[in-house]
Structures are given as C-alpha cells and as structure tokens.
Write a protein that binds this ligand. Sequence first.
Ligand code: S3P
Length: 431
Amino acid sequence: MSFDTAASLRVTGAGPARGVLRVPGDKSVSHRALLLAGMARGTSTVTGVSFGQDVQHTRRAVERFGVTVTDVGEGRLRVEGPLRHEPDGVLDHGNAGTGIRLMSGVCAGVDGLSVLTGDRYLLRRPMDRVAVPLREMGARVDGREAGRLAPLVVRGGSLRGITYAPKEASAQVKSAVLLAGLSARGSTTVQEIRPTRRHTEEMLGQFGAKVLVEGTSVTVEPGELTATDVTVPGDPSQAAFWAVAAVLAAEGDVVVEGLYTGFGRSDFVLILARMGADIDFDSTTGTMTVRSTRLRGVEITGADIPGIVDEVPVLAMAAAVAEGTTVISGAGELRAKESDRIASTAAMLRALGAKVTETEDGMVIEGGTRLRPGSVDSHGDHRIAMTAAVAAACAVEGTSEIKGWDAVATSYPGFADQLVALTGAGCEPVA
Ligand code: S3P
C-alpha cells in the first residue's frame, strides 16, 4: 500500500536526519501559473507544478473553461488559453483554499455562471472575504450560509474597478480581487494591512499585465494577458518540515535545493535563526542548509505571521523542544486554515507530550519537553500530519500514529518516502 493513500501512518523514530533533497513545486506559484496561463491568449508552458491534489484540482478547473492542458513530459504542462466559455461543470477545488478563492476572482470576470465547491473541510472555510469585494466590483456571488458560502455561485460579467482594503492580511483575497480587476472597467487597487506573498503581482507582470506596486498597495489595470513560460521553484513551506527535522534530530544535517527565493516565503528561516538554529538560506540559489543545535524559545507576534502563515505548526513543534517559553500571538487567521490550526497544533503538541496553552489568537509553549510517542489526529490538515511525522521520526523514541495521513497528498505526495530516506524512520501505512 502506498503511504499517500494510508488512512493512518505509524512512525517509529528517533534517528538522525541527513540528506540532500528537493521538495514539490511551490503550491502558491503553481495555482497562479495554471490560472494565468489559462486566462492568457496563446500557449504557455508551465514547468514543475506541484503534483499535489490541490493543484491538480486547479488544473481540472481551468480545463472546464475550454482551456487545453497537456502533459508534455519532464514535468512540463502546455496550457492553451484563453478561457473560452463559462465552465462546463462544477469547479471542484478539493481541499484547496487558494484554488477556490483565486478562481472566484477569475469567475467574477467571466461572462456566465460558475459554481465552485470543495471537500468537507473547504466548505467550512470563510468565503465572504472574497465574496464581499467581488460583489462590490459588480459580480453576483451567492452561497448557502452567511460567511462560509461555499458551494459558491458566481455570476460574472461586467465589473468595475475598486479600491479595496481587506481586513485580513491575505494573499488569497488580494489575488482574487486583482484577477477580477483584469476584466474590470478602470483600475483596481488592493491596500494590504500587512504585506503578504507577492506571487500574483509578480506573475501578472510576467504575463504582460500592467501592475503597480507601491508599498502595501497593488494596482492592476484591465487588459488581456499574453502567454508566457513559467518555471515553478521549490516550495519553501514544504522545506520548513525538513528544516525542523534537522533541528529536532540528535544528528541533523539537511540541505534542500531549488527553493523559491522571493518575498514573504522563507521567514521561517529567520524565526528558526532567532531560536538559535544553525540554518542558512542562500537567496541567490534557493538552497537551505540546516544542522541540529539547541534551540531557545522566542516571541512570535502578529507582524511575523503573514511571512510564516503556513509554517506555524512546524515552528511550534521546534518550540516544544526549545529551552524556555515561546509565545505566539496575532495568529487568529490560523483558525480559518485547512483546520483550526491553533486548536489542531495545540492538540498535536499535547498528544506528543509537549506543554502548550491555547489562546484566542495563538498559543504559549513551555519548551524543553522530552517528546513521547502518541496518537495525533491531522484533522484533515496536511501540515499537521507532516509536522507530527517529522517529530515522530526525529524527536520521539517509540512508535507514534498519525491519523488522517491521506491529507498529505493534497500538497506533498511522496513525503513519507522522503522521510524514510532522510531519517531511516520506520513508517507503516495503515488502511
Ligand atoms: C496562500 C495564502 C495564504 C496561505 C496559503 C496560500 C496563497 O493564505 O496560508 O497556504 O497562495 O495566496 P491567506 O491568504 O488566507 O493568508
């Protein structure tokens, strides 16, 4: 049985973490590359997209608009845009919040009706954050329940440009509005409360859109996109698991190559360095090198969160073994992720013997604990499952069980195989 489809994974540690590896293509970049290539006139080539289920859902959703996506080998996809008609069926985004939210912005600009849905976890996530600005632009956006909305029904068409200041620091919201802005009358501006990842504005420029970035404000002018070729770099948020594997292991020496080096994605390196880790990130080559050391607790505040929004669970695991207390605050957005990540991270830490107190917008972790084997529930959240696996392999002696392991395939098929290769951990899939 493949690890990727296992309902649970049993992991027996704690060995060293040693090796040189690569991670899947960046998930955020992959979604955008497929969407923009689908919207652009002409043939684009996208190389190295994430092979996780989230991005495969985006690919199939793009195809529903009459865009042909062909696998041309060696990790390359040929995408023949532009979108030709309203989608010919329901757009199923699986577990992918980025997929559904960015696509809602695309649908707002399409003359016709789009229905967007996802799995039971996605249907619990807030969609009003994109519905509100898209309605302001003139799209009709409807759904079942105030706030959560999905399945989401979008009737797109003639939009007007707006200036919008989302109350959350969210690259997904920024991106949905900017993508809709491409087919609006007049320019569209998003003013962020805190700077978030910049993939959409970077890639819109690559596809020939007129984009202006001034501080935390981004403006896009309406216009057609032109096909281009995109190479997707490795995903730093996946490299973070291997960084923490190296710091948790008694003997850790890990190198991850080929990572995205742009803004806002590798701040976990800075946090680990603040904790005293022996870590280096070469921002010209995208190579990260980490060796095991003793860590100390740190304070992580709201200003840090947008830069580590996906890495909090794995950083919390590092904090559990660090000397001293780590206080994480200003992280309320984590409650709206694939799981309520404040609750699921705290429960995971507790299950492995760490001391943690949940707060409304974060948690307090009393470090220095010797972790012990336990049973962790992923709550359908890939990042909880991968964090627990890394801890079980590198910092726990004995056998731990991770329930809901199949969530990992949403972003990182092959993760358990790499874990075995890197740490020598005993991994056993359970049906
Ligand atoms: C993402 C933005 C973040 C992040 C998610 C990917 C993106 O979400 O957590 O994994 O690609 O735009 P928010 O926009 O909700 O912060």
